[in-house]
Design a protein. Structure first.
Length: 488
Protein backbone atom coordinates (compact mmCIF):
# COMPACT_ATOMS: atom_id res chain seq x y z
CA UNK A 1 0.00 0.00 0.00
CA UNK A 2 2.83 2.42 0.85
CA UNK A 3 4.60 1.63 -2.44
CA UNK A 4 1.43 2.33 -4.44
CA UNK A 5 0.89 5.70 -2.76
CA UNK A 6 4.49 6.80 -3.45
CA UNK A 7 4.18 5.71 -7.06
CA UNK A 8 0.93 7.65 -7.39
CA UNK A 9 2.60 10.84 -6.06
CA UNK A 10 5.45 10.40 -8.56
CA UNK A 11 2.91 10.27 -11.39
CA UNK A 12 1.20 13.47 -10.11
CA UNK A 13 4.54 15.34 -10.16
CA UNK A 14 5.22 14.17 -13.69
CA UNK A 15 1.78 15.34 -14.79
CA UNK A 16 2.29 18.79 -13.22
CA UNK A 17 5.67 19.22 -14.96
CA UNK A 18 4.16 18.19 -18.29
CA UNK A 19 1.17 20.56 -17.83
CA UNK A 20 3.51 23.49 -17.02
CA UNK A 21 5.57 22.82 -20.16
CA UNK A 22 2.43 22.69 -22.27
CA UNK A 23 1.30 26.11 -20.98
CA UNK A 24 4.73 27.59 -21.76
CA UNK A 25 4.66 26.13 -25.27
CA UNK A 26 1.12 27.41 -25.88
CA UNK A 27 2.08 30.91 -24.72
CA UNK A 28 5.11 30.85 -27.00
CA UNK A 29 2.98 29.77 -29.98
CA UNK A 30 0.39 32.51 -29.38
CA UNK A 31 3.04 35.22 -29.05
CA UNK A 32 4.74 33.97 -32.22
CA UNK A 33 1.48 34.01 -34.18
CA UNK A 34 0.67 37.54 -32.98
CA UNK A 35 4.16 38.73 -33.93
CA UNK A 36 3.94 37.15 -37.38
CA UNK A 37 0.52 38.72 -37.89
CA UNK A 38 1.83 42.14 -36.80
CA UNK A 39 4.87 41.88 -39.08
CA UNK A 40 2.64 40.75 -41.94
CA UNK A 41 0.40 43.80 -41.47
CA UNK A 42 3.39 46.11 -41.20
CA UNK A 43 4.85 44.67 -44.41
CA UNK A 44 1.62 44.88 -46.40
CA UNK A 45 1.86 47.10 -49.46
CA UNK A 46 -0.58 49.97 -49.96
CA UNK A 47 -1.95 50.92 -53.37
CA UNK A 48 -2.73 54.47 -54.44
CA UNK A 49 -4.03 53.48 -57.86
CA UNK A 50 -7.63 54.51 -58.62
CA UNK A 51 -8.15 51.06 -60.14
CA UNK A 52 -7.67 49.60 -56.66
CA UNK A 53 -10.63 50.81 -54.71
CA UNK A 54 -13.18 50.01 -52.10
CA UNK A 55 -16.64 48.53 -52.61
CA UNK A 56 -19.60 49.43 -50.43
CA UNK A 57 -22.37 47.15 -49.26
CA UNK A 58 -25.15 49.55 -50.30
CA UNK A 59 -25.65 52.88 -52.04
CA UNK A 60 -28.67 53.92 -49.94
CA UNK A 61 -29.72 53.80 -46.30
CA UNK A 62 -33.45 54.47 -46.18
CA UNK A 63 -35.09 54.75 -42.77
CA UNK A 64 -38.54 54.92 -44.39
CA UNK A 65 -40.96 56.69 -42.03
CA UNK A 66 -39.51 57.28 -38.58
CA UNK A 67 -40.86 58.92 -35.47
CA UNK A 68 -39.44 62.27 -34.40
CA UNK A 69 -37.66 62.47 -31.01
CA UNK A 70 -37.32 58.65 -30.98
CA UNK A 71 -33.87 57.15 -31.62
CA UNK A 72 -34.04 54.78 -34.54
CA UNK A 73 -32.35 51.37 -34.83
CA UNK A 74 -28.72 51.65 -35.94
CA UNK A 75 -28.00 51.01 -39.63
CA UNK A 76 -24.78 49.31 -40.68
CA UNK A 77 -22.73 50.02 -43.81
CA UNK A 78 -19.89 47.65 -44.63
CA UNK A 79 -16.91 48.88 -46.68
CA UNK A 80 -14.82 46.17 -48.36
CA UNK A 81 -11.29 46.02 -49.70
CA UNK A 82 -11.39 43.12 -52.14
CA UNK A 83 -7.95 43.91 -53.57
CA UNK A 84 -4.62 42.14 -53.05
CA UNK A 85 -3.09 45.30 -51.58
CA UNK A 86 -4.04 47.50 -48.65
CA UNK A 87 -5.92 50.76 -49.15
CA UNK A 88 -6.17 54.04 -47.27
CA UNK A 89 -9.50 55.79 -47.16
CA UNK A 90 -8.74 59.50 -47.30
CA UNK A 91 -11.97 60.43 -45.55
CA UNK A 92 -15.41 59.25 -44.52
CA UNK A 93 -17.75 62.10 -43.71
CA UNK A 94 -21.39 63.00 -43.35
CA UNK A 95 -21.91 65.75 -45.91
CA UNK A 96 -24.21 67.75 -43.64
CA UNK A 97 -21.65 67.83 -40.82
CA UNK A 98 -22.67 68.46 -37.24
CA UNK A 99 -26.06 69.86 -38.28
CA UNK A 100 -27.09 66.57 -39.87
CA UNK A 101 -29.57 64.30 -38.03
CA UNK A 102 -27.47 61.35 -39.22
CA UNK A 103 -24.66 60.49 -36.79
CA UNK A 104 -21.72 58.21 -37.58
CA UNK A 105 -19.53 55.80 -35.63
CA UNK A 106 -16.31 54.29 -37.09
CA UNK A 107 -13.94 52.00 -35.21
CA UNK A 108 -15.81 52.69 -31.99
CA UNK A 109 -15.42 56.47 -32.31
CA UNK A 110 -18.29 58.89 -32.89
CA UNK A 111 -17.84 61.77 -35.29
CA UNK A 112 -18.97 63.29 -38.55
CA UNK A 113 -15.57 63.11 -40.30
CA UNK A 114 -12.78 60.50 -40.18
CA UNK A 115 -9.48 60.62 -42.10
CA UNK A 116 -6.75 58.19 -43.18
CA UNK A 117 -8.42 54.91 -42.37
CA UNK A 118 -6.47 51.83 -43.46
CA UNK A 119 -8.14 48.68 -44.75
CA UNK A 120 -5.84 45.73 -45.32
CA UNK A 121 -6.31 43.45 -48.31
CA UNK A 122 -9.37 41.18 -48.21
CA UNK A 123 -10.58 43.02 -45.12
CA UNK A 124 -13.47 45.36 -44.30
CA UNK A 125 -14.68 47.97 -41.84
CA UNK A 126 -18.10 48.88 -40.48
CA UNK A 127 -19.72 52.31 -40.43
CA UNK A 128 -22.68 52.68 -38.05
CA UNK A 129 -25.34 55.30 -38.75
CA UNK A 130 -27.80 56.55 -36.13
CA UNK A 131 -30.66 58.94 -36.66
CA UNK A 132 -32.88 61.00 -34.36
CA UNK A 133 -35.11 63.75 -35.72
CA UNK A 134 -36.58 66.69 -33.79
CA UNK A 135 -40.30 67.42 -33.99
CA UNK A 136 -41.22 69.20 -37.19
CA UNK A 137 -44.66 70.54 -36.21
CA UNK A 138 -46.35 68.80 -39.14
CA UNK A 139 -49.08 66.17 -39.16
CA UNK A 140 -47.66 64.50 -42.27
CA UNK A 141 -44.14 63.07 -42.73
CA UNK A 142 -41.29 65.43 -43.65
CA UNK A 143 -38.52 63.99 -45.83
CA UNK A 144 -34.92 64.49 -44.68
CA UNK A 145 -31.81 63.43 -46.54
CA UNK A 146 -28.03 63.63 -46.46
CA UNK A 147 -25.14 61.59 -47.81
CA UNK A 148 -22.10 59.73 -46.64
CA UNK A 149 -19.01 60.66 -48.67
CA UNK A 150 -16.12 58.19 -48.89
CA UNK A 151 -12.87 59.11 -50.69
CA UNK A 152 -10.29 56.50 -51.64
CA UNK A 153 -7.45 56.83 -54.14
CA UNK A 154 -8.91 59.98 -55.67
CA UNK A 155 -12.39 58.54 -56.20
CA UNK A 156 -15.30 59.73 -54.06
CA UNK A 157 -18.21 57.40 -53.51
CA UNK A 158 -21.57 58.36 -52.05
CA UNK A 159 -24.16 56.60 -49.90
CA UNK A 160 -27.55 58.32 -49.80
CA UNK A 161 -29.03 58.73 -46.30
CA UNK A 162 -32.74 59.38 -46.23
CA UNK A 163 -35.88 59.08 -44.13
CA UNK A 164 -39.25 60.67 -43.44
CA UNK A 165 -39.79 62.23 -40.04
CA UNK A 166 -43.28 61.79 -38.61
CA UNK A 167 -44.45 63.62 -35.51
CA UNK A 168 -46.40 61.32 -33.18
CA UNK A 169 -48.43 61.54 -30.01
CA UNK A 170 -46.76 59.30 -27.43
CA UNK A 171 -48.95 57.28 -25.09
CA UNK A 172 -46.86 55.69 -22.36
CA UNK A 173 -48.71 53.41 -19.92
CA UNK A 174 -51.72 55.71 -20.26
CA UNK A 175 -55.10 54.96 -18.69
CA UNK A 176 -58.24 56.38 -20.29
CA UNK A 177 -60.36 57.36 -17.28
CA UNK A 178 -63.02 59.41 -19.12
CA UNK A 179 -64.35 59.26 -22.68
CA UNK A 180 -61.58 59.99 -25.19
CA UNK A 181 -61.31 60.14 -29.00
CA UNK A 182 -58.09 59.43 -30.87
CA UNK A 183 -58.07 61.46 -34.08
CA UNK A 184 -56.34 60.91 -37.39
CA UNK A 185 -54.37 64.16 -37.24
CA UNK A 186 -51.11 62.35 -36.53
CA UNK A 187 -50.20 58.80 -35.48
CA UNK A 188 -50.01 57.50 -31.92
CA UNK A 189 -46.99 55.64 -30.56
CA UNK A 190 -47.89 53.37 -27.65
CA UNK A 191 -45.38 52.25 -25.03
CA UNK A 192 -46.59 49.78 -22.42
CA UNK A 193 -50.34 49.21 -22.04
CA UNK A 194 -52.99 51.63 -23.21
CA UNK A 195 -55.74 50.88 -20.67
CA UNK A 196 -59.40 51.80 -21.04
CA UNK A 197 -60.95 52.04 -17.57
CA UNK A 198 -64.23 50.34 -16.72
CA UNK A 199 -66.53 53.34 -17.13
CA UNK A 200 -64.69 54.96 -20.03
CA UNK A 201 -65.10 54.73 -23.81
CA UNK A 202 -62.14 55.01 -26.17
CA UNK A 203 -63.26 56.05 -29.67
CA UNK A 204 -60.92 55.97 -32.65
CA UNK A 205 -61.59 58.10 -35.73
CA UNK A 206 -61.35 56.90 -39.36
CA UNK A 207 -57.80 57.01 -40.72
CA UNK A 208 -56.10 56.93 -37.31
CA UNK A 209 -52.91 54.88 -36.95
CA UNK A 210 -51.64 53.35 -33.72
CA UNK A 211 -48.06 52.08 -33.58
CA UNK A 212 -47.32 49.74 -30.68
CA UNK A 213 -43.83 49.20 -29.30
CA UNK A 214 -42.62 45.69 -28.47
CA UNK A 215 -44.53 44.16 -25.52
CA UNK A 216 -47.11 46.94 -25.73
CA UNK A 217 -50.83 46.59 -26.31
CA UNK A 218 -54.29 47.60 -25.24
CA UNK A 219 -56.40 46.42 -22.28
CA UNK A 220 -60.09 47.29 -22.45
CA UNK A 221 -62.10 47.20 -19.20
CA UNK A 222 -64.60 49.73 -20.53
CA UNK A 223 -65.61 50.19 -24.17
CA UNK A 224 -63.63 50.37 -27.41
CA UNK A 225 -65.32 51.90 -30.46
CA UNK A 226 -62.92 51.86 -33.41
CA UNK A 227 -64.85 52.77 -36.55
CA UNK A 228 -63.08 53.54 -39.77
CA UNK A 229 -64.48 53.77 -43.28
CA UNK A 230 -63.87 51.89 -46.53
CA UNK A 231 -61.41 54.56 -47.68
CA UNK A 232 -59.97 55.36 -44.24
CA UNK A 233 -59.10 52.20 -42.37
CA UNK A 234 -57.88 52.45 -38.79
CA UNK A 235 -54.48 50.76 -38.55
CA UNK A 236 -52.97 49.03 -35.51
CA UNK A 237 -49.45 47.61 -35.96
CA UNK A 238 -45.94 47.37 -34.53
CA UNK A 239 -43.68 50.41 -34.44
CA UNK A 240 -40.75 49.07 -36.47
CA UNK A 241 -40.81 50.78 -39.87
CA UNK A 242 -37.42 49.50 -41.03
CA UNK A 243 -36.45 46.23 -42.74
CA UNK A 244 -35.36 43.09 -40.91
CA UNK A 245 -33.66 41.92 -44.13
CA UNK A 246 -33.32 43.53 -47.53
CA UNK A 247 -36.84 44.15 -48.85
CA UNK A 248 -38.34 42.29 -45.87
CA UNK A 249 -40.04 44.82 -43.56
CA UNK A 250 -40.39 44.22 -39.83
CA UNK A 251 -44.07 44.90 -40.42
CA UNK A 252 -44.28 41.51 -42.13
CA UNK A 253 -43.01 39.72 -39.00
CA UNK A 254 -45.47 38.55 -36.33
CA UNK A 255 -45.15 39.09 -32.56
CA UNK A 256 -44.26 42.78 -32.88
CA UNK A 257 -46.82 43.84 -30.22
CA UNK A 258 -49.31 42.25 -27.83
CA UNK A 259 -52.73 42.96 -29.37
CA UNK A 260 -55.97 43.88 -27.56
CA UNK A 261 -57.16 42.14 -24.41
CA UNK A 262 -60.81 42.69 -23.49
CA UNK A 263 -61.91 42.44 -19.86
CA UNK A 264 -65.26 44.08 -20.38
CA UNK A 265 -68.99 43.42 -20.06
CA UNK A 266 -69.79 46.06 -22.66
CA UNK A 267 -70.25 45.64 -26.41
CA UNK A 268 -67.03 46.58 -28.22
CA UNK A 269 -66.95 47.44 -31.92
CA UNK A 270 -64.29 47.27 -34.63
CA UNK A 271 -65.21 48.44 -38.12
CA UNK A 272 -62.84 49.00 -41.04
CA UNK A 273 -59.83 48.27 -38.83
CA UNK A 274 -56.62 46.58 -39.94
CA UNK A 275 -54.61 44.85 -37.23
CA UNK A 276 -51.38 43.11 -38.12
CA UNK A 277 -48.12 41.54 -37.01
CA UNK A 278 -48.68 41.07 -33.28
CA UNK A 279 -49.01 38.18 -30.81
CA UNK A 280 -52.77 37.73 -30.17
CA UNK A 281 -55.05 40.18 -31.96
CA UNK A 282 -58.41 39.91 -30.16
CA UNK A 283 -58.27 38.28 -26.71
CA UNK A 284 -61.68 37.59 -25.14
CA UNK A 285 -60.47 34.65 -23.04
CA UNK A 286 -62.22 35.13 -19.70
CA UNK A 287 -63.96 32.63 -17.42
CA UNK A 288 -66.57 34.91 -15.87
CA UNK A 289 -67.43 37.73 -18.27
CA UNK A 290 -69.93 37.25 -21.08
CA UNK A 291 -68.05 39.59 -23.40
CA UNK A 292 -69.50 40.99 -26.60
CA UNK A 293 -67.72 42.21 -29.71
CA UNK A 294 -68.80 43.16 -33.23
CA UNK A 295 -66.16 42.99 -35.97
CA UNK A 296 -67.19 44.31 -39.40
CA UNK A 297 -65.10 44.91 -42.53
CA UNK A 298 -61.81 44.27 -40.74
CA UNK A 299 -58.47 42.77 -41.75
CA UNK A 300 -56.68 40.85 -39.00
CA UNK A 301 -53.51 39.19 -40.23
CA UNK A 302 -50.08 37.89 -39.44
CA UNK A 303 -50.39 37.27 -35.70
CA UNK A 304 -48.06 34.80 -34.01
CA UNK A 305 -50.76 33.27 -31.78
CA UNK A 306 -54.53 33.64 -32.12
CA UNK A 307 -56.25 36.21 -34.27
CA UNK A 308 -59.50 35.88 -32.34
CA UNK A 309 -59.69 33.84 -29.12
CA UNK A 310 -63.03 33.94 -27.31
CA UNK A 311 -64.23 32.01 -24.28
CA UNK A 312 -67.92 32.08 -23.30
CA UNK A 313 -68.31 35.29 -25.32
CA UNK A 314 -70.68 36.65 -27.96
CA UNK A 315 -68.74 37.34 -31.16
CA UNK A 316 -70.15 38.65 -34.46
CA UNK A 317 -67.84 38.91 -37.49
CA UNK A 318 -68.84 40.04 -40.98
CA UNK A 319 -67.09 40.90 -44.24
CA UNK A 320 -63.69 40.38 -42.66
CA UNK A 321 -60.35 38.78 -43.54
CA UNK A 322 -58.68 36.83 -40.75
CA UNK A 323 -55.44 35.41 -42.05
CA UNK A 324 -52.11 33.75 -41.27
CA UNK A 325 -52.14 33.08 -37.55
CA UNK A 326 -49.47 31.09 -35.75
CA UNK A 327 -52.09 29.01 -33.92
CA UNK A 328 -55.78 29.46 -34.80
CA UNK A 329 -57.30 32.29 -36.78
CA UNK A 330 -60.49 31.77 -34.75
CA UNK A 331 -60.58 29.84 -31.45
CA UNK A 332 -63.96 29.57 -29.72
CA UNK A 333 -64.51 27.80 -26.40
CA UNK A 334 -68.16 28.01 -25.45
CA UNK A 335 -70.39 31.02 -26.06
CA UNK A 336 -71.69 32.31 -29.39
CA UNK A 337 -70.12 33.11 -32.74
CA UNK A 338 -71.70 34.28 -35.97
CA UNK A 339 -69.44 34.74 -39.00
CA UNK A 340 -70.84 35.97 -42.32
CA UNK A 341 -68.95 36.45 -45.59
CA UNK A 342 -65.55 36.05 -43.93
CA UNK A 343 -62.29 34.87 -45.45
CA UNK A 344 -60.46 32.80 -42.84
CA UNK A 345 -57.13 31.73 -44.32
CA UNK A 346 -54.07 30.12 -42.75
CA UNK A 347 -51.00 30.08 -44.98
CA UNK A 348 -48.36 31.05 -42.43
CA UNK A 349 -45.20 29.00 -42.86
CA UNK A 350 -44.87 28.21 -39.15
CA UNK A 351 -48.05 27.44 -37.29
CA UNK A 352 -49.50 24.89 -34.92
CA UNK A 353 -53.26 24.88 -35.30
CA UNK A 354 -56.14 24.72 -37.77
CA UNK A 355 -57.69 27.90 -39.15
CA UNK A 356 -60.81 27.44 -36.99
CA UNK A 357 -61.19 25.56 -33.71
CA UNK A 358 -64.49 25.27 -31.84
CA UNK A 359 -64.89 23.60 -28.43
CA UNK A 360 -67.67 23.31 -25.90
CA UNK A 361 -65.35 22.62 -23.00
CA UNK A 362 -62.25 23.98 -21.36
CA UNK A 363 -59.97 21.84 -19.21
CA UNK A 364 -62.68 19.13 -18.97
CA UNK A 365 -65.36 21.62 -17.85
CA UNK A 366 -68.32 21.27 -20.20
CA UNK A 367 -70.17 24.28 -21.58
CA UNK A 368 -72.33 25.08 -24.60
CA UNK A 369 -71.38 26.64 -27.90
CA UNK A 370 -73.48 28.07 -30.71
CA UNK A 371 -71.71 28.95 -33.95
CA UNK A 372 -72.96 29.81 -37.44
CA UNK A 373 -70.68 30.31 -40.44
CA UNK A 374 -72.51 31.61 -43.52
CA UNK A 375 -70.95 32.23 -46.97
CA UNK A 376 -67.43 31.94 -45.52
CA UNK A 377 -64.13 30.54 -46.76
CA UNK A 378 -62.04 28.47 -44.35
CA UNK A 379 -58.80 27.50 -46.09
CA UNK A 380 -55.10 26.92 -45.59
CA UNK A 381 -52.23 24.48 -45.94
CA UNK A 382 -53.64 21.76 -43.66
CA UNK A 383 -55.79 18.97 -45.06
CA UNK A 384 -58.31 19.82 -42.33
CA UNK A 385 -58.54 23.50 -41.43
CA UNK A 386 -61.52 22.92 -39.17
CA UNK A 387 -61.28 21.41 -35.67
CA UNK A 388 -64.65 20.66 -34.07
CA UNK A 389 -64.43 19.28 -30.54
CA UNK A 390 -67.73 18.29 -28.94
CA UNK A 391 -67.12 17.38 -25.31
CA UNK A 392 -70.06 14.94 -25.43
CA UNK A 393 -68.87 13.42 -28.73
CA UNK A 394 -72.48 13.31 -29.94
CA UNK A 395 -71.39 13.82 -33.55
CA UNK A 396 -74.66 15.59 -34.19
CA UNK A 397 -75.95 19.15 -33.91
CA UNK A 398 -77.34 19.51 -30.39
CA UNK A 399 -78.06 22.11 -27.73
CA UNK A 400 -74.54 21.79 -26.32
CA UNK A 401 -72.76 21.86 -29.68
CA UNK A 402 -74.96 23.85 -32.03
CA UNK A 403 -72.56 24.46 -34.91
CA UNK A 404 -73.66 25.00 -38.52
CA UNK A 405 -71.74 25.86 -41.71
CA UNK A 406 -73.89 27.07 -44.61
CA UNK A 407 -72.68 27.70 -48.17
CA UNK A 408 -69.05 27.73 -47.06
CA UNK A 409 -65.91 26.67 -48.90
CA UNK A 410 -63.85 24.61 -46.44
CA UNK A 411 -60.53 22.81 -46.62
CA UNK A 412 -61.61 19.86 -44.51
CA UNK A 413 -60.98 16.14 -44.80
CA UNK A 414 -63.73 15.19 -42.33
CA UNK A 415 -66.80 15.93 -44.44
CA UNK A 416 -69.06 13.27 -42.99
CA UNK A 417 -70.13 15.09 -39.83
CA UNK A 418 -73.62 16.63 -39.97
CA UNK A 419 -72.69 20.28 -39.53
CA UNK A 420 -72.59 21.32 -43.19
CA UNK A 421 -75.34 22.70 -45.44
CA UNK A 422 -74.60 23.31 -49.14
CA UNK A 423 -70.85 23.51 -48.45
CA UNK A 424 -67.99 22.84 -50.88
CA UNK A 425 -64.92 20.97 -49.66
CA UNK A 426 -61.59 21.86 -51.22
CA UNK A 427 -58.14 20.33 -51.09
CA UNK A 428 -55.22 22.33 -49.75
CA UNK A 429 -53.68 22.71 -53.21
CA UNK A 430 -56.87 24.14 -54.70
CA UNK A 431 -56.23 27.48 -56.40
CA UNK A 432 -58.66 29.46 -54.26
CA UNK A 433 -56.78 32.75 -53.88
CA UNK A 434 -54.56 34.83 -56.15
CA UNK A 435 -51.38 34.68 -54.03
CA UNK A 436 -50.75 32.68 -50.86
CA UNK A 437 -46.96 32.53 -51.19
CA UNK A 438 -45.72 36.09 -50.71
CA UNK A 439 -46.45 38.64 -48.00
CA UNK A 440 -48.84 40.42 -47.64
CA UNK A 441 -50.75 37.78 -49.69
CA UNK A 442 -53.64 38.41 -52.03
CA UNK A 443 -56.94 36.83 -51.00
CA UNK A 444 -58.90 37.91 -54.04
CA UNK A 445 -60.39 34.90 -55.79
CA UNK A 446 -58.83 33.33 -58.88
CA UNK A 447 -60.79 33.03 -62.13
CA UNK A 448 -61.50 29.37 -61.41
CA UNK A 449 -61.74 29.51 -57.61
CA UNK A 450 -64.21 26.99 -56.15
CA UNK A 451 -65.55 29.85 -53.98
CA UNK A 452 -67.06 31.62 -57.00
CA UNK A 453 -70.87 31.94 -57.23
CA UNK A 454 -71.50 29.57 -54.30
CA UNK A 455 -72.79 31.96 -51.62
CA UNK A 456 -76.41 31.93 -50.49
CA UNK A 457 -78.04 34.94 -52.21
CA UNK A 458 -80.49 35.62 -49.41
CA UNK A 459 -77.67 35.84 -46.85
CA UNK A 460 -75.66 38.00 -49.26
CA UNK A 461 -78.55 40.46 -49.35
CA UNK A 462 -77.72 41.38 -45.74
CA UNK A 463 -74.20 42.39 -46.84
CA UNK A 464 -74.63 43.70 -50.41
CA UNK A 465 -71.08 45.13 -50.58
CA UNK A 466 -67.85 43.30 -49.86
CA UNK A 467 -65.07 44.51 -47.54
CA UNK A 468 -63.78 46.92 -50.19
CA UNK A 469 -67.22 48.30 -51.15
CA UNK A 470 -67.68 46.19 -54.29
CA UNK A 471 -71.21 45.13 -55.17
CA UNK A 472 -71.46 41.39 -54.54
CA UNK A 473 -75.01 41.22 -55.93
CA UNK A 474 -74.29 42.78 -59.33
CA UNK A 475 -74.15 39.49 -61.26
CA UNK A 476 -76.78 37.74 -59.16
CA UNK A 477 -74.27 35.09 -58.12
CA UNK A 478 -72.40 36.21 -54.99
CA UNK A 479 -69.12 34.57 -54.03
CA UNK A 480 -68.16 33.11 -50.68
CA UNK A 481 -65.72 35.05 -48.51
CA UNK A 482 -65.07 38.70 -47.81
CA UNK A 483 -63.92 39.73 -51.31
CA UNK A 484 -66.24 39.54 -54.32
CA UNK A 485 -64.59 38.61 -57.61
CA UNK A 486 -65.11 41.40 -60.13
CA UNK A 487 -64.38 41.64 -63.86
CA UNK A 488 -62.71 45.07 -63.56
Amino acid sequence: MIYKKLNHKRNDWAFLIMKTNMKKNLAFILVSLFTLSLVSCMDEKFSSSPSDNISIQTDTVDYNTIFTTIKQPTSVIKIYNRNKTALTISYIKVAGGEASPFKMTVNGQKGQTFSNIDIFSKDSIYVFIDMTLPENGKNTPVVVSDSLLIMCNGIEKKVILTGSGQDVTILKNDTVETNLTLTADKPYLVFGDLVVAENATLSIDPGATLYFHNNSGMKVHGTLSAKGTADKFIVMRGDRTDDIFTNVPYDSVSNQWNGIEFISKNTNELEFVEMRSGRHAIDLWNDTLNQKIVINNCVIRNFGGYSIAAKNSDVKIANSIIANSGINAIRISGGKLKATHCTIASYARKRSGSAVRIDNSDEDVATTVTSAFDNCIIAGTYSSELALNDFYKANVVNENFNVIFKNCLICNANTGVPYFISCVFAKTNSKIFTDTERYPYDFTLTDDSPALNMADADIAQTLPNDIYGQDRLADGQPDAGAIEKTTE
